[in-house]
Design a protein around this ligand. Sequence first.
Ligand code: ADP
Length: 485
Amino acid sequence: MTIDALYPPLINGEFKAATAETFPAVNAATGEHLADLTASGQAEIDAAVAAALAAFPAWSRTPAAQRARLLLKVADWLEDNTDRLVQIDALDIGRTVFELPQDYRQAIGQYRFFAAAIMTHDGWTNSVQGGWALAKREPLGVVGQIIPWNVPAIMVSFKLAPALAAGNTVVLKPDENASLSTMELAKHLAEIFPPGVVNVVPGFGETAGAALTALPDVAKLAFTGSTEVGRLIAHAGASRLVPVTLELGGKSPNIVFLDIDDIDAVVDNTTFAATFCNGQSCLAGTRLFVHSDIYQDFLSRLTTAFRAIRVGSPLDPATRLGCLVSPAQGERVTSYIESGRAEANLVTGGGRVEVPGNEAGWFIEPTIFETSNDTRIAQEEIFGPVLSVIRWTDFDTMIEQANDVEYGLASGIYTSNLRNAMRTADRLQAGNVWVNQYVNLADGSPFGGYKNSGLGREVCKETLDMYTQLKSIMLAEQVPAPFYV
Ligand code: ADP
């Protein structure tokens, strides 16, 4: 597996930068220098948006079947290169080689899904008095897309696949902590798409990201990341009246009823919900509501499950929890654990783990706190393997607490009773509800947040509506008299 020494931006089909300014990609576990990337500035963003604007007329008129064919090539290339890209991500962001292949399966599915979905994303035609009415879907233009570091392959696919399928051109800014696999993909994108259709500009949020959101030629913004930055993106969109899709933070409730059939299966699922992606997921099930009558038994099995999670080198196939993405993230998670020690009962974990040969990495023990819903650790997004367990007795009170956070992205329900499942699903303020499972973003199922978790939906055919606008065309059979005559 090779990593280039320098990754310049992909602009208009070429890899070159105006600036010599770079920033390093660092091995999250060892601190070793992996590569340098261009720190794109105003000049690169201007050039990328200009290239995307110039490419738009031809790309928007390219038949949908041809656009779909190119997306299918991206999927095939990802399938052929998954092993190599998994290694790169594991080095770059510290997630495990065990878990990362699933990111690629999800990403591959997205390119294939939107290649198919665009073929049926039609407008309509109707006969009307004296003529015909047509509603035609048209792409928006240049789309500016900004993504976070936790699941790079998935994030790129959620953004590129619908935008390109719909006939838009794109300027994508990957996250400064996780750009390598995206820049490797960019080399392939440069080979298959016409110049300017996809531009990829590595760089920092406050410079490259902010510049991208401010340019008047950008016709839509799509962002995944923190709620705080999401608000800035929404302001940028509002000031120019361009549509914005936002997928932001989460603090998802995972609810265990008394009537579960198989307690160990639910323990495994709720453990996974809180610790997959090392807890660095907006979807993580970080507030676990367990019914009082099974609480002690459940908590004791959950504690055993958390302690059994193998923490270690991201490159070791036996590892189930790698390290956090960066020292900054390590310090953030640790400070939440400190706050939890003061306000809640630490059940297990809480410490930093030393992994020989990986001393620079922030490996955190899977951590459980017993708490009420109003503590800081139960209210704020931590983005680490830290679970808040909350005991519940009364259904209405539990639902009130489950909804009593600023976010509303995902949720889980474990019960063998259909009525419990459906009345809970109805009342949860969350864009995604999973029953007797957690994290199933099947291609085509809408994904997005209520409340401060975002605006718009991804992964589904409705996403194509958000990357297009409707034009109404009325045709008269012959020129009629104006209606006011
Ligand atoms: P996280 O907390 O997950 O790091 P952020 O919201 O800080 O999430 O970052 C997500 C993405 O937003 C990254 O690509 C980052 O570079 C970008 N970003 C950060 N600040 C800004 C900004 N002011 N304008 C535009 N993009 C930004």
